[in-house]
Design a protein around this ligand. Structure first.
Ligand code: RTP
Length: 146
């Protein structure tokens, strides 16, 4: 098995509540078409604690409260994606934070196609492998036990 020699990178990916409600199937289709394997998936509303952990670098910014509210308002689709260079490639598929910019510079990206605005911008992805591992453990860690 080649994966023994070239283990795939994993990233943590999430379809935010607004998009999970309206564009889930289209986004999942793009994920698969881009060549990601979906190693784990579950639908779950994030707790405030989880949302604050994912975005702790933004604590204190003017949009932090809104961001946590937006992230906890309903179920998200939470995934572990595997692919070579998964962290970087998922961020590319997401596109820029602001969908208006995404439409101009990355029209094929998920945010260009499905994001509502800069806050409700359809998807989240870890920015490095360490963050990815931490988020995967936070969401899926306890799951293996039950
Ligand atoms: P993410 O962390 O969600 O994967 O997205 P990102 O790296 O592209 O964006 P980041 O700068 O880390 O911001 C995290 C999330 O905060 C919201 N945001 N709102 N109102 C605003 O100006 C503003 N800026 C950022 C977005 O939901 C963004 O995804």
């Amino acid at each position: 098995e080649l994966e023994f020699f070239f283990p795939k990178e994993q990233t943590f990916a999430l379809i935010k509540p607004d998009a999970a409600k309206t564009h889930k199937d289209e986004i999942m289709k793009k994920v698969k078409e881009a060549g990601f394997s979906i190693s784990k998936v579950k639908e779950q509303a994030l707790t405030r604690e989880m949302a604050e952990q994912f975005y702790k670098d933004h604590k204190g910014k003017p949009f932090f409260e809104q961001l946590v509210n937006c992230m906890t308002q309903g179920p998200s689709v939470i995934m572990v994606l595997s692919k070579e260079n998964a962290v970087e490639e998922w961020r590319q598929l997401m596109g820029p934070t602001d969908p208006e910019e995404a439409k101009k510079t990355c029209p094929e990206s998920i945010r260009a196609q499905f994001a509502h605005d800069i806050l409700s911008n359809a998807v989240h992805g870890s920015s490095n492998t360490e963050h990815a591992l931490r988020s995967i453990q936070l969401v899926f860690g306890e799951l293996d036990a039950d």
